[in-house]
Design a protein around this ligand. Structure first.
Ligand code: ADP
Ligand code: MG
Length: 583
């Protein structure tokens, strides 16, 4: 869709607001060209001594009334129009937001968040301006132009009118040339604003790291540079825009010279009165607004078009995950991974290959292996954050894609290694999936996740604010809060992706014991534990060892120990480490 299509569809939908604004503008335009005539009338009447007493007051009153009406109508059309334009901004922002919330990780991997933020603010503002100011100035400018031109040619003298218009096509040519440059300059300016946004966002998010590494001055210099570039680009665009006004001025001057030359000649031949020539030059002055409006409209439209060309690809980007599913999640069937393979978008190397696994309801699967082996990737495929590039995941007999994404995500509770806490109270963070959960239920899962005592020790207990604007919890505390959150959701399958990595061994044992008790109470619930600590998976029904995206060992704790591979060696090493720690 082009900007023109977007705007015309929008105008068609809000035609009432646009029509009433247009009527008001038309009235203003008529009153505006009427005023010079009325002034001329008054001057003539006064000079000839015809206008006196009540008649004079009446004529003056009309003039005043016209002025007042123009003022009120100007307020009126702005109210009508900007209300409509803001609605377009709101619609676009909502569309963008909804689109982004539907996208999967593959989309966000390809987009910079600073860009997305700039789109939601700056670029949508530019489109909004195109729908508001630009459309109306275009209408108003052309209407005034037509009225003034007809007053000049029909009301005064058509030969003079035609001659005075000769410079204007040249001006149009200049406008076309300038607007091409303006378009490029605005596009560049918006892109640079995006980079600036991105840098500010990253520096703020990583401010602790920057400070710890002593990189604040460097980040400051980079920001300074980007701000300079953004400023320069905006200045360049403004400079090109500034070229509109001299072009208008030159055309008008040329037109005035022609008018005075030819008009003087006509006056000498007594084909035109001095009064007519005077009003003609006054009308030339009234051409300034339409000319100026043309430049302004062109630049607003250019800005809008530049913004739209950045916005549209994001709004129209195909969803990186299609939700074609129709089913609710069946919870009583085993999950089969069949010959699963996956490469990240843009990556040559397969992150996973030839994975065959089954997980029956109520069973525990342990996944271990060195860093970068593909453990988290496997979990992401189960969550359908990414689609497998080979093989498939089956739920009983059904492909996983048959399940509605929302149902799937409700059915799987996932605790990542670095969980995200929102700027809200701890209680709200735990109750994320069930906002209506009672305080007892929240405390119960917090106890299961061995974090209740930590929370109770905070100044405001469960009401303590965390996240960006609250207290900072330790990595281990955050992990346990996230586990409590997952437990509260009561999903049939719980997946811990190295979710205990920042928790000490004692607490980890405690949490795992709680999970075991919980699963005795709910024997149908399944569990997937990814861990670098083998003690966390030793009781699993099946353990697989991943290496470079492939399953290299599988079995139970005992059979793996007996097999004497990576698992056995790693187990001995971790046992030794634990005994050294204890000593
Ligand atoms: P693990 O969880 O076992 O430590 P991961 O599943 O996170 O390993 O990573 C497996 C491989 O995939 C690694 O080589 C890693 O560099 C790569 N990888 C992980 N996430 C991405 C991503 N978002 N984009 C591209 N490559 C990735
Ligand atoms: Mg991982």
């Amino acid at each position: 869709m082009t900007l023109t299509r977007l705007l015309s569809a929008f105008v068609a939908r809000h035609w009432r607001a646009y029509a009433s604004a247009a009527v008001m503008l038309a009235t203003i335009a008529v009153l505006t060209v009427w005023i010079p005539r009325q002034v001329g009338h008054l001057v003539d009447g006064l000079a000839q001594g015809r206008l006196q007493g009540p008649d004079l007051w009446m004529q003056l009153g009309l003039l005043l009334g016209a002025g007042l009406s123009i003022y009120l109508l100007r307020v009126g059309w702005r109210l009508q129009l900007f209300a409509a334009a803001y609605r377009l901004g709101r619609e676009l922002r909502t569309r963008l937001y909804e689109r982004m919330t539907l996208q999967g990780p593959a989309f966000f991997q390809a987009q910079r968040s600073g860009d997305l933020m700039a789109l939601a603010t700056n670029d949508i503002d530019a489109v909004e301006m195109a729908a508001g100011e630009a459309l109306l100035a275009a209408f108003d400018g052309s209407l005034t132009l037509i009225l003034v031109l007809s007053m000049m040619t029909l009301g005064v003298d058509w030969r003079l009118g035609l001659a005075a218009l000769v410079p204007f096509p040249l001006m149009a040519l200049a406008f076309w040339f300038i607007s091409n440059h303006v378009h490029l300059a605005w596009k560049d300016s918006l892109a640079r604003f995006s980079s600036l946004n991105q840098h500010a966002q990253e520096s703020l998010a990583g401010v602790r790291t920057l400070r710890a590494l002593g990189l604040i001055p460097r980040a400051g210099r980079q920001f300074h540079e980007l701000a300079d570039h953004a400023g320069e680009a905006a200045f360049r665009a403004q400079r090109w825009e500034a070229a509109y006004e001299p072009a208008v001025g030159m055309a008008l001057t040329a037109a005035t010279v022609i008018a005075l030359g030819l008009g003087g000649w006509l006056v000498a031949r007594q084909e035109l009165s001095i009064g007519q020539l005077t009003s003609f030059t006054m009308y030339l002055g009234q051409l300034i607004w339409p000319m100026f409006a043309a430049g302004w409209v062109l630049s607003l439209l250019e800005r809008g078009r530049a913004a739209w060309s950045r916005l549209q690809p994001v709004l129209d980007a195909p969803l990186s995950l299609q939700d074609g599913g129709r089913l609710a999640l069946p919870t009583d069937v085993p999950l089969h991974l069949q010959d699963l393979g996956f490469s990240y978008p843009g990556s040559e190397r397969a992150a996973l290959g030839g994975i065959d696994l089954s997980l029956s309801p109520g069973r525990t699967l342990g996944i271990v292996g060195p860093t970068g082996a593909g453990k988290s990737t496997l979990i992401k495929l189960l969550l359908r954050q990414f689609e497998p590039t080979e093989g498939q995941v089956l739920l009983g007999q059904l492909p996983l894609v048959e399940v509605r994404l929302e149902a799937l995500r409700r059915g799987l509770a996932w605790v990542p290694q670095e969980p995200f806490l929102f700027s809200a109270s701890i209680a709200e963070n735990i109750a994320l999936a069930r906002p209506d959960a009672s305080r007892e239920a929240i405390e119960q899962v917090a106890r299961l996740a061995a974090v209740h005592e930590d929370i109770a020790a905070l100044p405001l207990g469960y009401e303590t604010l965390v996240g960006e604007r609250g207290v900072t919890l330790s990595g281990g505390q955050r992990q346990r809060v996230a586990i409590a959150r997952a437990l509260l959701s009561e999903a049939p399958l719980l997946m811990l992706d190295d979710a205990l990595s920042a928790v000490d061994t004692g607490t980890e044992t405690q949490i795992l014991a709680h999970l075991r008790e919980l699963r005795e109470a709910h024997p149908e619930r399944g569990l997937v534990v990814v861990s670098h600590r083998l003690s966390a998976v030793m009781e699993a029904d099946e353990i697989v060892v991943l290496k470079a995206g492939r399953i290299v060992e599988r079995g139970t704790h005992d059979t793996l120990l007996a097999a004497g591979g990576w698992y056995a060696a790693q187990w001995r090493y971790q046992q030794l480490e634990a005994s050294l720690d204890a000593a």
